[in-house]
Design a protein around this ligand. Sequence first.
Ligand SMILES: Nc1ncnc2c1ncn2[C@@H]1O[C@H](COP(=O)(O)OP(=O)(O)OP(=O)(O)O)[C@@H](O)[C@H]1O
Ligand SMILES: [Mg+2]
Length: 242
Amino acid sequence: MSDIENTGSPESGVLLQGIDVHKSYKTPRDTLQILEDANLEIMEGEVLGIVGASGVGKSTLLHVLGGLDRPNSGSIQFRGEDIYKKKNNFLDKFRNKNVGFVFQFFNLMPDFTALENAMFPALIRDENRKTAQERAEELLSQMGLKDRIHHKPSELSGGESQRVALARSLMNRPDLLLADEPTGNLDSHSSGVLIDLIRKLNEDFKQTFVIVTHSQRIASKMDRVLQLRDRKVMAIDKDLII
Ligand SMILES: Nc1ncnc2c1ncn2[C@@H]1O[C@H](COP(=O)(O)OP(=O)(O)OP(=O)(O)O)[C@@H](O)[C@H]1O
Ligand SMILES: [Mg+2]
């Protein structure tokens, strides 16, 4: 690929770029090639959908993009800098400060309240507890959970739990929010509520999202959709997904 420096520079509007990404997993019997020369750009302020068949490598791609899993070759550039080539604890900081994750199964801590779960990323960063609490309360209110903040996960519905997870992922004001089938365990009403919230966060704060989904209905609400197929990333018309 040419023009890597240009396309990945901060002025270009490209927030995160995957360049010629290869990712394989070694199993005792063979090597599974999951991504091969995969290329993609995530623009600042967009809501990008990623679709593809089960097992094709969508979660793998998200992990590689988010600094959780190193590619075998190729690079992931955040505002023009290769995240896997930086020194020391860069990746830890990147994951804590620059990206937020939302997963299909919420991953909330069962013994803690919604408020404590949401505050957690800020406490890891040694932020002032009062400031963290205020921000968590504000975020949970934005998510429509003002009267649920002292509930533990077992006392929340699936949709509410996922909104707590969304609040938690936004706690440290990430540049990029990566969501792996965030509506996979929600009914259609709760899915709609979550996507409307995501659209609002994007509108109000220009929050960038990458959302993996199996749902045509969810994909149709994205700004742009990419399809993972045959180990590569390709553009797809979001209205033609079946
Ligand atoms: N740590 C691992 N070791 C070996 N193989 C793995 C590992 N993680 C994932 N795989 C394999 O890589 C392939 C891609 O997995 P991945 O979870 O990325 O798919 P996916 O597109 O997210 O699927 P789904 O839609 O079902 O969530 C799968 O065949 C999976 O079995
Ligand atoms: Mg997956």
